[in-house]
Design a protein around this ligand. Structure first.
Ligand code: SAM
Length: 236
């Protein structure tokens, strides 16, 4: 990153923290996301997580694991401007992608109007019932970490609920040690917190830990799978 880009990125991140604190003080913990997309008025440099590219950790994982669609249905959680959704679409998945911000969804629809991705404005705390255990591949990148720690269990429960029997979930997030106190937004995840996916019936597969030289942060990439319905203890 050039020094100018880095400065712009730092300023965008500082503005995001300011907005998050402002909305939190008003009791509207989630409202800052839409406010940030709106005030950026189409300038991606003002959205600190946006770069119009698929997430590089996810892309690296998908290439290494030869992720293939095989006609499967995918759901992208907190999709922002939709670049990860597009990556899955281009692999051949039937993609639904959602975000709490209507402004982000409008923007994503414009950016990817040449695709069949279904972009939906929705809150993961109140998702359409039809999404419950409905998806073969669920992708979660960086939606858990900007939400307050007190919400962490509920966020994880909701994300887990979208995975179908025999379906998979991939989580890409900032990581921290169990005994490390996160000091500021975005709040990295610990292994202990992530174990909540197991409490939701998901089995943990590969767990990758990466030290990213570029932003000097630890990332976790974890694959989960929901056991097949007849292996989940049903007696039918
Ligand atoms: C840090 S951004 C990451 C966006 C995208 N996943 C990426 O990696 O570029 C977090 C996203 O989650 C969305 N989000 C936050 N809370 C949400 C909720 N309760 N339901 C759905 N989306 C939410 C925000 O609007 C934002 O687009």
């Amino acid at each position: 990153m050039t020094p100018e880009k880095q400065r712009a990125h730092d300023e965008a991140r500082a503005r995001a923290r300011e907005l998050a604190a402002e909305f939190d003080a008003k009791g509207d913990t989630l409202g800052w996301f839409d406010a940030l997309y709106r005030e950026s008025q189409g300038d991606i440099d003002l959205v600190p997580w946006a770069d119009l590219e698929p997430n590089r950790f996810f892309k690296g994982w998908a290439d290494k694991n030869q992720l293939s669609a095989r006609g499967r249905d995918a759901l992208v959680v907190g999709c922002g401007l939709g670049d990860d959704a597009r990556f899955l679409h281009d692999l051949g998945f039937n993609v639904t992608a959602f975000d709490i911000s209507a402004a982000a969804i409008d923007w994503a629809k414009k950016l990817h109007e040449d695709t069949s991705i279904e972009f939906v404005a929705a809150d993961l705390f109140d998702p359409p019932e039809a999404w419950l255990q409905a998806f073969d591949f669920v992708l979660e990148i960086y939606t858990i970490q900007p939400l307050p720690l007190e919400m962490r269990s509920r966020v994880i429960d909701s994300i887990a609920s979208f995975v179908k029997p025999s379906g998979e979930l991939l989580v890409v997030c900032r990581g921290r040690e169990d005994d490390e106190r996160p000091d500021q937004l975005p709040w990295p995840l610990s292994r202990r917190e992530l174990s909540r996916f197991g409490e939701n019936g998901l089995e943990q597969g590969e767990f990758e830990e990466i030290w990213d030289e570029e932003d000097e942060q630890k990332r976790f990439i974890i694959r989960y799978r929901r056991p097949a319905a007849n292996a989940a203890g049903s007696d039918s």
